[in-house]
Unconditional design. Structure first.
Length: 175
């Protein structure tokens, strides 16, 4: 279910976690019981040359401003984080990608109906295969290509800027 359907959302306390710790049993154990009630999502940094797909969701930030973000969403029952990332990239970004590697996770809290809820988003690096950002779903106002170096500076939330920086390092290493 999209965040907007669950009430007002405020994001706080971003923490980017390295890929080698993301989703690990040790990391889950270190988080203790919070993992029980934690929301889990997955998303992707899709690269095509030096560009990546970014989205502007219809839902605004708490202060009413537009959000520039990466495609991401809840992991459905029976779905892996990797499958969810590919599905969300297709739904929100309008493109298909081939999963290359995990970039890490972003952890923060959302406030829903006055209650703080921990949230974890695992991000993956994907290589563009096909599709058009204009073919995004109804939850998205706009999806478009943006130079990855600009995304690393311009994405609204620090955790997502960090994932774009990690993608830049991986893409640069591959060239």
């Amino acid at each position: 279910m999209p965040d907007s359907a669950q009430g007002a959302v405020a994001k706080t306390a971003y923490e980017a976690v390295p890929a080698e710790r993301a989703g690990s049993t040790a990391a889950a154990a270190a988080r203790g019981s919070e993992a029980e009630s934690e929301e889990r999502s997955a998303g992707g940094v899709v690269v095509r040359g030096d560009q990546t797909v970014v989205i502007v969701p219809r839902k605004r930030a708490q202060d009413g401003t537009r959000v520039l973000g990466l495609p991401k969403g809840h992991i459905e029952p029976g779905e892996t984080a990797e499958q969810a990332a590919c599905r969300e990239v297709a739904e929100e970004g309008g493109v298909q990608g081939r999963l290359l590697e995990e970039l890490g996770e972003v952890r923060y809290e959302v406030v829903r109906a006055g209650r703080r809820v921990p949230k974890q988003v695992r991000f993956f690096l994907l290589e563009y295969l096909s599709g058009d950002p204009g073919d995004h779903d109804h939850e998205i106002e706009e999806a478009r290509w943006l130079p990855l170096v600009r995304a690393a500076r311009e994405l609204t939330y620090e955790g997502e800027r960090e994932m774009a920086r990690r993608a830049l390092l991986r893409v640069g290493r591959a060239r």
